[in-house]
Design a protein around this ligand. Structure first.
Ligand code: CP3
Length: 344
């Protein structure tokens, strides 16, 4: 089924076409900041139940399009549905974040994990994508996503977030072959999952390598990049975005991936990144999420400076990481409107 999108600015920009202005959306735009999201979330038992209720997922996915005016929707879910589908369930602890009652430490633990069966284990995400596409009525593209294998690995080994990620990093020195076994299982699961998302109607997919910045460059090249590369090579029907937060040292290498878009965090200079990544990719980012705590005037000034420094073409305007939970929706709207007023 092919739809003609009314606003396909994001896809044209991802493909490298000349555009009238950069498209704009925000990482973590669904949930986190909107009172309208809280209302839906509070009507259900918890976060995980919401993620598994396709009708409600469609609703919270579309909220930012209606309320913030962004040029794309991102399917409401979490990167941690992959470990769960592989046999390692998580809990979402209110105000603290994800927690895994069991973690992966040994060869036996890894052998006990399965490669996710996308339709059987994650079919609820495909259903949510189909319902969202219907309800969006082709107004804007829908972004699908998954965590990068390395970021998923850190959650499975650490059992949650961490200040140092020392359990995950230790394993890379003590048992590198086990790391590769686990990373390959995650990668195979993720490929099946993203293929399903594209088949269900996701127009573009993003790979979040949120903890890329904790590794020494050599380990990043060995334990993360090759698995992202496998995913990029396997997903052939939709454009792909790779966002590796903190991996300033890997920009040149990431520029060689078989993907259309590279996401930048706010520490990465746009011109320097362009030189490293090359001319063949679209760049996404990278306003400091804290800029949205400034005055309206300062938000407009910072946003225009960012747009200027990317140069208007081959640029998808976004923040340099997810929008912070206590950001005022009106400040987000100011950011979105400033981008939408820009003319190349
Ligand atoms: O972008 C979107 O708005 C779509 C939905 C989305 C969620 N998580 C919903 C969510 C996306 C794309 C994610 C990705 C995700 N999840 C990442 C990668 C992106 C990034 O920010 O680096 C990571 C590292 C996670 C893991 C995760 N999930 C954490 C650390 C937490 C707790 C704190 C938080 O809010 O980030 C979550 C919970 C979570 N995922 C919430 C939402 C809306 C908040 C929980 C709630 O509503 O109860």
């Amino acid at each position: 089924m092919t739809h003609i999108l009314k606003n396909d600015l994001l896809l044209r920009t991802a493909r490298g076409e000349q555009v009238e202005r950069p498209p704009v959306w925000l990482m973590r735009q669904a949930g986190r900041i909107l009172p309208e999201y809280r209302a839906v979330r509070d009507s259900l038992r918890d976060f995980i139940e919401l993620v598994k209720t396709p009708q409600r997922v469609a609703e919270v996915t579309i909220q930012p399009v209606d309320i913030l005016g962004v040029d794309a929707a991102i399917i409401f879910s979490d990167i941690l549905v992959i470990p769960e589908a592989m046999g390692l369930p998580y809990e979402m602890v209110e105000k603290r974040g994800p927690f895994f009652p069991k973690t992966i430490q040994t060869a036996q633990d890894i052998a006990g994990l399965k490669i996710a069966d996308a339709e059987a284990d994650l079919g609820y995400v495909a259903e949510a994508i189909r319902l969202t596409k219907q309800a969006l009525a082709a107004r804007v593209p829908l972004i699908g996503f998954a965590g990068a294998p390395f970021t998923i690995f850190t959650y499975m080994v650490e059992g949650g977030g961490s200040k140092t990620f020392s359990k995950a990093r230790k394993m890379m020195y003590q048992a590198p072959e086990l790391c590769h076994l686990l990373l390959q299982k995650i990668t195979d699961s993720t490929i099946a999952y993203l293929q399903m998302q594209a088949g269900a109607g996701a127009d573009i997919i993003q790979i979040f390598d949120s903890w890329a910045g904790i590794l020494p460059p050599e380990h990043y090249s060995e334990f993360s990049v090759p698995y992202i590369a496998q995913i990029c090579d396997a997903i052939t029907t939709v454009p792909k975005t790779v966002f590796a937060k903190g991996a300033f040292f890997a920009r040149k290498e990431l520029g060689r991936l078989n993907c259309e878009v590279i996401g930048l965090d706010w520490t990465m200079n746009p011109q320097e990144s362009r030189a490293l990544v090359g001319e063949q990719k679209t760049l996404q980012g990278n306003l400091d999420p804290c800029a949205l705590y400034g005055s309206y005037d300062s938000i407009r000034k910072e946003t225009r400076a960012m747009l200027q420094s990317f140069g208007g073409q081959r640029h998808i305007a976004n923040l340099g990481h997810g929008v912070y939970p206590d950001t005022e929706p009106d400040k987000v709207r100011c950011f979105v409107e400033t981008v939408k007023e820009w003319r190349n």
